[in-house]
Design a protein around this ligand. Structure first.
Ligand SMILES: NC(=O)C1=CN([C@@H]2O[C@H](COP(=O)(O)OP(=O)(O)OC[C@H]3O[C@@H](n4cnc5c(N)ncnc54)[C@H](OP(=O)(O)O)[C@@H]3O)[C@@H](O)[C@H]2O)C=CC1
Ligand SMILES: O=C1O[C@H](COP(=O)(O)O)[C@@H](O)[C@H](O)[C@H]1O
Length: 497
């Protein structure tokens, strides 16, 4: 089927950057290796540094070999790559790029299909897009698509401005806003687990679920991204996009059909139903943290304020925990707790759905509560689901309950090699499937929710920063957030098989 082997020219703006090297080239190679890219494709890299086509091909080959830890048999894959050095702020260079695209279109018979991938700093997104139009690179007989990296704006106003700029050139259907969490195997599985199992959907509401917890913790610090991160913080970097997308997938109504529009429509409804937080309520619902010095895997690591390109008196949060309420019939009264942070104890993304307790304990020690049923969705590094149930304790004379677990581990099965998120997203974009990309309405609703919190935090100095030790699970206030509702964070380690 033609759509399974799409043909297109992909122009990567920022082709010598970290993202292209670590994610995009290896993902394109995996698609090529699997036969998902037929021979009718070419990639044009754009960046400022002067490289010849051969040097660029070597660079691509090196990037793939390093990322995938394998040697490429020959130069066939890299031969599809071209390099066009120029500063994207210079209008005149776009004409030469246009000529190159026209020539490659002939050579590779790509029928005028063009994907423009903006893998560079967001300050260039608007400029590049308008140049593509003014220099007529978007005048093509095939499809034209724009892939745009995060962050999509800094707040609602800047996101609106950026959206206006790109919408002058590309229609909403042609815009692919990347949220790489939507390319993760188990994030995509949330919808399937919910809507293909008869046992979950009847329980998936406020009558049976007491709370939902989403943790995305990292052990890394800000690495070399201090310049960006110190103006962003965990709320903008992780919550506005990845965390709220996971909330939307967990809370959405079943779509009428599995089409891009129907799914996005349901997700937008959730984001719009998030109970807005007033300025004076932020402390009640959200906790911010910043890491101090500590130890990660036995090694001393510096405090956030000691990282390169970070203000030594920085007020930026590297940790966020929050309680979200969704004001609709299904979820009224069910808190969704989220937490994410850098330099935490584990690298882990997990969702824990905690079901309500049974009405009474009939068993041993009837004044004690039985362990609640939990459905744990392991997003990464392990992938799978665990269902926590209770059963009879084997061999006990009195009827005593003991918890046990039904465990499905996706990446434990021999031979399963889960595709990288970027691999799936690139392939989706080439085939014109925008389901796992964010629609403007989702972006706008997320910023609207988050803006109040960032506004309050930007205008009040966090006197207790740094307030968590590197290598811990965040500040104590994050535990208090649940404790006052009678809950606690469930551990995020996956039990070893
Ligand atoms: N790196 C990551 O893991 C992730 C990155 N992102 C997003 O992806 C985008 C790219 O990030 P990343 O790769 O880390 O950034 P880098 O800083 O590593 O790369 C930036 C790229 O842009 C090029 N560039 C910079 N200025 C110009 C210019 N004026 N004209 C032409 N090219 C220019 C640089 O090359 P040269 O110096 O040769 O011009 C380089 O290729 C950002 O939006 C980021 O937020 C999102 C998620 C993860
Ligand atoms: O988008 C981002 O995500 C990464 C975490 O991604 P993961 O796939 O490793 O969970 C985060 O480190 C980065 O700060 C943020 O920009």
């Amino acid at each position: 089927m033609d759509n399974m082997n799409p043909k297109s020219i992909i122009v990567i703006f920022g082709a010598t950057g970290d993202l292209a090297k670590r994610k995009l080239f290896p993902s394109l190679y995996r698609l090529y290796e699997k036969g998902h890219l037929n021979e009718r494709f070419a990639v044009v890299g754009v960046a400022r540094r002067p490289l010849s086509a051969d040097e660029f091909r070597h660079y691509v080959r090196d990037s793939v070999e390093t990322a995938l830890n394998q040697e490429l048999a020959d130069g066939k894959f890299a031969s599809h790559f071209y390099y066009h050095p120029f500063d994207v702020t210079e209008a005149e260079s776009y004409q030469r790029l246009k000529a190159l695209l026209e020539q490659l279109d002939e050579t590779y018979q790509t029928e005028g299909n063009r994907i423009f991938y903006l893998a560079m700093a967001p300050e260039f997104f608007g400029t590049v897009t308008s140049r593509l139009q003014s220099e007529r690179l978007t005048d093509t007989r095939g499809f034209k698509r724009l892939v745009i990296e995060k962050p999509f704006g800094h707040d609602l106003a800047s996101a609106q401005k950026l959206n206006r700029e790109i919408r002058r050139v590309f229609s909403e259907r042609e815009i692919y806003r990347i949220d790489h969490y939507l390319g993760k195997e188990m994030v995509q599985n949330i919808e399937v687990i919910r809507f293909s199992n008869a046992i979950f959907e009847p329980l998936w509401n406020n009558r049976f679920i007491s709370n939902i917890q989403i943790t995305s913790s990292e052990t890394l610090g800000v690495e070399d991204r201090g310049r960006y991160y110190d103006h962003s913080g965990a709320l903008r970097d992780m919550v506005q996009n990845h965390m709220l997308q996971m909330v939307a997938l967990l809370a959405m109504e079943p779509p009428i059909r599995l089409t891009t529009d129907d799914i996005r429509h349901e997700k937008v409804k959730v984001l719009r139903a998030l109970r807005p937080i007033a300025h004076n309520e932020v402390d009640q619902y959200f906790v911010r943290g910043q890491y101090g010095r500590g130890m990660i895997r036995g090694k001393d690591v510096p405090a956030y304020r000691e990282e390169p390109n970070v203000d030594p008196d920085s007020n930026t949060e590297t940790f966020v925990a929050g309680k979200l309420l969704i004001d609709n019939f299904r979820w009224a009264g069910v808190p969704f707790y989220i937490r994410t942070g850098k330099r935490m104890a584990e690298k882990s993304t997990k969702i824990v759905v905690q079901f309500k307790d049974v009405p009474m304990n009939l068993y041993y020690r009837t004044n004690e509560t039985i362990a609640p049923n939990l459905l744990v969705i392991h997003i990464q590094p392990d992938e799978g689901i665990t269902l926590h149930l209770n059963g009879k304790k084997t061999g006990e004379s009195t009827t005593t309950t003991a918890p046990f677990q039904l465990d499905y581990c996706n990446n434990c099965i021999d031979g399963i090699n889960t595709p990288e998120a970027y691999e799936k997203l690139l392939y989706d974009c080439m085939r014109g499937d925008a389901t796992n990309f964010t629609h403007w309405d989702e972006v706008a609703a997320s910023w609207q929710f988050v803006d109040v919190i960032s506004d309050v935090w930007a205008n009040t100095k966090a006197a207790d920063f740094p307030n968590y030790e590197a290598g811990s699970m965040g500040p104590a206030a994050a535990d208090e957030l649940l404790k006052k509702d009678g809950f606690h964070w469930w551990p995020i380690e996956h039990p070893k098989p």
